[in-house]
Design a protein around this ligand. Structure first.
Ligand SMILES: Nc1nc2c(c(=O)[nH]1)N[C@H]1C(S)=C(S)[C@@H](COP(=O)(O)O)O[C@H]1N2
Ligand SMILES: [Mo]
Length: 307
């Protein structure tokens, strides 16, 4: 076992120690691979296997699919456009500003924001609201570690993530297909959950531009649109922030956006999904299969109303 599948992790399991151990094990093999050889699908599949645990038969999505079938409207609205339109997007230098309800507003250089934080290797299911899905090996840091570095005030209840606004570098922003910049937000307790990541890489490589380089939010129990890409700002607040898709079409995209097979999108069912690379549709799982870890965040809420 090299990468523990996140769906085998209970939140109580995720101690800094076990995380470091996973990392060392990963570096042992994948680190050697990074020194000149290529990560083959078979190797990546082996990296994702934990042996005998439920759910581990799910195959990783081919890297070529995960990096060429993208939603990133800043670089085109067709799935195959971002990989071409983002090809020359420059992400160095990159800064992330932190403001709102924090002890002290700050601007971090990208490296400083994540420096010293435990790097995580996690294989997550990724479920788009459009009823397709993938299984992706991510590398990144826990959102909670970044939040702790930001020193939010105790009164902060939400954190908002903003994508870069720069129509000279993001051609899609020259058209008003969405209100720019793209923003997303989480309740602070959701953001502090150990499954929530800010990713910097996938498939053992730096995050490709089309997947949201250099920093993308990944919240595996929610629909993919919650995972804002190319993030430049974290803002802490005590009122629920507006979010891009919720503003664009509130009846189709809720603030919570928890994967829920019992709440249909107004134009299609969410009970099933097409796993990219597979022929037959498969059932969608409540909380995308992460209910054991995250359901308690929503106890007492009507998830049909708070979709
Ligand atoms: N800035 C920005 N972030 C975004 C999007 C976008 O268009 N712009 N699309 C979202 C949607 S709908 C999905 S499914 C995921 C896709 O991420 P992927 O290309 O890595 O699969 O990114 C999300 N984050
Ligand atoms: Mo999506």
């Amino acid at each position: 076992m090299l990468i523990r599948r996140s769906d085998d992790l209970k939140s109580s399991d995720i101690t800094p120690e076990s995380v470091c151990l996973d990392r060392r094990q990963f570096v042992g093999t994948a680190g050697a691979l990074a020194l000149g050889s290529v990560l083959t699908p078979a190797t990546l599949q082996a990296l994702s296997r934990t042996g005998g645990q439920p759910g581990t038969s799910e195959k990783l999505t081919r890297e070529a699919d995960a990096t060429s079938y993208n939603n990133f409207y800043e670089f085109g609205t067709d799935k195959d456009e971002p990989k071409d339109q983002a090809k020359n997007f420059i992400t160095k230098p990159w800064t992330i500003s932190v403001d709102g309800m924090v002890k002290q507003p700050k601007t971090f250089a990208f490296d400083d924001l994540i420096k010293g934080l435990a790097l995580q290797d996690r294989v997550y299911r990724h479920r788009c609201v459009e009823a397709w899905s993938m299984v992706i090996p991510w590398q990144g840091v826990q959102v909670r570690d970044v939040i702790n570095r930001c020193d939010p005030l105790p009164s902060a209840k939400f954190v908002e993530f903003t994508t870069l606004l720069d129509p000279t570098r993001m051609p899609g922003q020259r058209r008003s297909v969405l209100p720019w910049p793209y923003t997303e937000a989480l309740r602070l307790d959701e953001a502090m959950h150990p499954l929530a990541l800010l990713v910097t890489g996938m498939y053992g490589k730096p995050l490709p531009n089309q997947n949201g380089a250099p920093l993308k939010l990944v919240v595996p129990w929610k629909y993919g649109f919650k995972g804002g890409k190319s993030i430049v700002r974290l803002r802490f607040t005590d009122t629920m922030p507006h979010t891009t898709w919720n503003d664009a079409a509130p009846s189709e995209y809720g603030f919570f956006a928890n994967v829920n097979p019992t709440v249909d999108h107004p134009r299609w069912t969410q009970a099933k999904e097409r796993r990219i690379g597979q022929f037959l549709k498969i059932p969608t799982l409540m909380f995308n299969g992460y209910g054991q870890q995250v359901a308690s965040l929503y106890s007492g809420m009507d998830l049909r109303k708070s979709y």
